[in-house]
Design a protein around this ligand. Structure first.
Ligand SMILES: Nc1nc2c(ncn2[C@@H]2O[C@H](COP(=O)(O)OP(=O)(O)OP(=O)(O)O)[C@@H](O)[C@H]2O)c(=O)[nH]1
Ligand SMILES: [Mg+2]
Length: 336
């Protein structure tokens, strides 16, 4: 490819990114939707756009809502949306679908259940699938949240199903994490991953209309008593009962979300440290992605693999030796 051609592609990318940034600044819904697609697919336009809007990010409140499948997360989020919208605040929602290689697709439920308030310019709801993208669900989700932030959304609610690794990653990207549990999950509290228990800032015992809610509160409390809260700088996660489908308990949870923010920001130095830690975590994710992409594309690994697979199959060279050889070549080329 010639220089002139490269320049032309480059300026096309910059032009489209600038157009999208302008649409985002105007709070155009279509612009926001298109921008999120670009960053979700990790396209050059998407990456350029993230550069352009970065200066306008850093102010929104990110709230993670996680919990087992069917715990009532979307129902809860819907209620929370209403409360925030009543206060005139703009709300962006990202529902992360756990599209695993096993299920092969997104869970459509969120898309159907969370479309009640279309036509409201202060609300934007988007479902996101991981699609096995490099950098994982969390990277794309965070980048989408930056688009929403640049479009002037004050709150970003991120719903993730509490299975696997993705919700742990998302916890690290939000300011406050709300973990929804239900009486049915009572027996499993002890067995729950410590990471989730210690990562949550607020516990909600949802479906409190069902039997076993009181016992679940005690179970959570007992488990929390065993956690080392000094690590968290002293915040004691509250356990709030709720009947999300009736809206009950949701205002109390919002009050706790506010209390958590007050607590976070009450100590300027600690708040700075918390933010630095999150930024470092973001950088790690981005570096990992860049390194992976670098290895696969710069070193043409797919092509190299195709060329060598016959030799490896014929046992002329070992798998291990081949990988070492290829990676050494890649490092050498990058070091020059
Ligand atoms: N009894 C009872 N049912 C509830 C409550 N909150 C939500 N539900 C119901 O629980 C079911 C699942 O609710 P969702 O909000 O879709 O749950 P979710 O956690 O978002 O589900 P996934 O996203 O599929 O993991 C729905 O039928 C809700 O109506 C509650 O407080 N009590
Ligand atoms: Mg849901």
């Amino acid at each position: 490819m010639g220089m002139a051609e490269k320049d032309e592609i480059r300026s096309k990318i910059e032009l489209e990114a600038a157009e999208l940034a302008e649409q985002i600044a105007r709070q155009s819904r279509r612009g926001v939707a298109r921008a999120i697609s670009r960053v979700e697919d990790n396209t050059p336009v998407g990456r350029e756009l993230l550069n352009l809007i970065f200066a306008r990010t850093g102010k929104a409140r990110r709230i993670g809502i996680t919990g087992p499948p069917g715990a009532g997360k979307s129902t809860f989020v819907n209620e929370l949306i209403q409360l925030l919208r009543q206060r005139g605040e703009r709300v962006g929602v990202l529902a992360v679908d756990p599209s695993s290689p096993f299920s092969g697709g997104a869970i459509l439920g969120d898309r159907i259940r969370m479309t009640t308030a279309t036509g409201d310019d202060g609300l934007f709801v988007r479902s996101m699938a991981s699609r096995g993208s490099l950098g994982g669900v969390a990277a794309a989700t965070y980048e989408a949240s930056e688009v929403l932030e640049a479009a002037g959304f004050d709150w970003i609610l991120i719903e993730t199903v509490g299975v696997g690794q993705s919700e742990l990653e998302v916890i690290e990207l939000t300011d406050t994490t709300v973990l929804l549990l239900v009486p049915e999950s009572g027996d499993s509290v002890q067995a729950m991953k410590a990471g989730i228990m210690e990562g949550a800032d607020i516990f909600v015992v949802n479906k409190f209309d069902r039997e076993g809610g009181g016992r679940l509160i005690r179970d959570i409390q007992n488990t929390l008593d065993l956690c080392n809260w000094s690590r968290h700088g002293g915040w004691q996660p509250p356990v709030v009962p709720a009947k999300s489908y009736m809206g009950e308990g949701v205002p109390e949870v919002l009050a706790q979300i506010e209390a958590h923010y007050e607590w976070l920001s009450s100590d300027a130095e600690r708040y700075r440290q918390v933010r630095i830690k999150k930024t470092e975590q973001r950088l790690r994710v981005l570096i990992n992605r860049a390194v992976l992409e670098g290895a696969w594309s710069v070193a043409n690994l797919e092509t190299q693999m195709a060329e060598s697979i016959g030799q490896i199959e014929a046992r002329e060279i070992s798998l291990y030796g081949w990988v070492e050889q290829v990676m050494t070549g890649w490092r050498y080329r990058r070091a020059r």
